[in-house]
Write a protein that binds this ligand. Structure first.
Ligand code: ADP
Length: 272
């Protein structure tokens, strides 16, 4: 699995008074098995960027390749791309609609035209992957806690067996317990299945704790693309683009736990 962006630009409302150049010359390569964080101030282009990865939005100019194939080629199978690159929007639980947890997750694989046995299997597996136990299979999704609902919604995407899982602020609006449940489960899933994960977050703490590589967006540009310790050591630039880490000490500890070396400059900041 590989996704490549070559000089990708996207302009909203081209030629109107609302024109907005939301992606500017993005060059990017995402490889199999990576756990990538995507951070950036509100309006920096994160959500526009991820919607290009599975073909939901089409670049105004530039090229995108999935496994070496140009996704804008006229014979390209976009539908398949959308199944391979699973995109979990913010508040995905708003899309839950079936009467039971099982049926909700089953909906996707069923519509792929799979044999019933295969669709059943995928449903069980996906629910297991997000840590939803069998006791909840027949529950109504609406009886679940916020964190559980969200995990069921993520299972619905996993049941499509994507190669890449993109999560847009998966912890938004959850209490601390729900947040930890989701992120720990995603980290476990990444470790066990080697699925590529792209996590959009505004939490520097989560970025430090979970990801191996950080993409930083600023005003439509990819401002940084480095390991988290390298990104955090450029804290002055981060501040300039309104991304100062609110809890530097926490970030440093999380990085240390992951075996990253620390930049002494940054430790000074935690005491400032
Ligand atoms: P982020 O996800 O980082 O908050 P977005 O990708 O949503 O950023 O937005 C990038 C820029 O594009 C922002 O300036 C935003 O106002 C603008 N934008 C987003 N969606 C639209 C739209 N549908 N029409 C016009 N401008 C938009």
């Amino acid at each position: 699995m590989q996704i490549v962006f070559e000089n990708v630009n996207y302009v909203y409302g081209s030629g109107t008074s609302f024109e907005k150049h939301a992606l500017k010359d993005i060059n990017l390569k995402i490889n199999k098995g990576e756990f990538i964080g995507l951070i950036g101030h509100t309006g920096s282009g994160k959500s526009t960027l991820i919607q290009h990865m599975n073909g939901l939005m089409k670049a105004t100019s530039g090229k995108i390749y999935f496994n070496g194939d140009n996704i804008y080629h006229k014979n390209y199978n976009m539908r398949q791309l959308r199944n391979k690159v699973g995109l979990v929007f913010q508040y995905p639980e708003h899309q839950l609609f079936e009467t039971t947890v099982f049926k909700d997750v089953y909906f996707g694989p069923k519509n792929l035209g799979l044999e019933k046995l295969e669709a059943d299997l995928r449903t069980y597996e996906a629910l297991k992957m997000v840590g939803i136990g069998e006791d909840l299979l027949d529950a109504s999704p609406f009886e679940l806690s916020g964190g559980q609902k969200r995990r069921v919604a993520i299972a619905g995407i996993l049941a499509m067996k994507p190669d890449v899982l993109i999560l847009d602020e998966p912890t938004a609006g959850l209490d601390p317990r729900g947040r930890d449940e989701i992120l720990d489960q995603i980290a476990k899933l990444h470790k066990e299945s080697k699925i590529t994960v792209i996590l959009v977050t505004h939490s520097m703490e989560d970025a430090a704790k979970y990801v191996d590589r950080l993409l930083v967006m600023n005003q439509g540009r990819l401002a940084m693309d480095e390991k988290p310790d390298k990104v955090f050591s450029r804290y002055k630039e981060l501040e300039e683009i309104h991304l100062a880490a609110p809890q530097v000490t926490y970030v440093m500890n999380a990085l240390k736990e992951k075996g990253f070396s620390l930049n002494p400059d940054v430790t000074t900041v935690s005491e400032a």
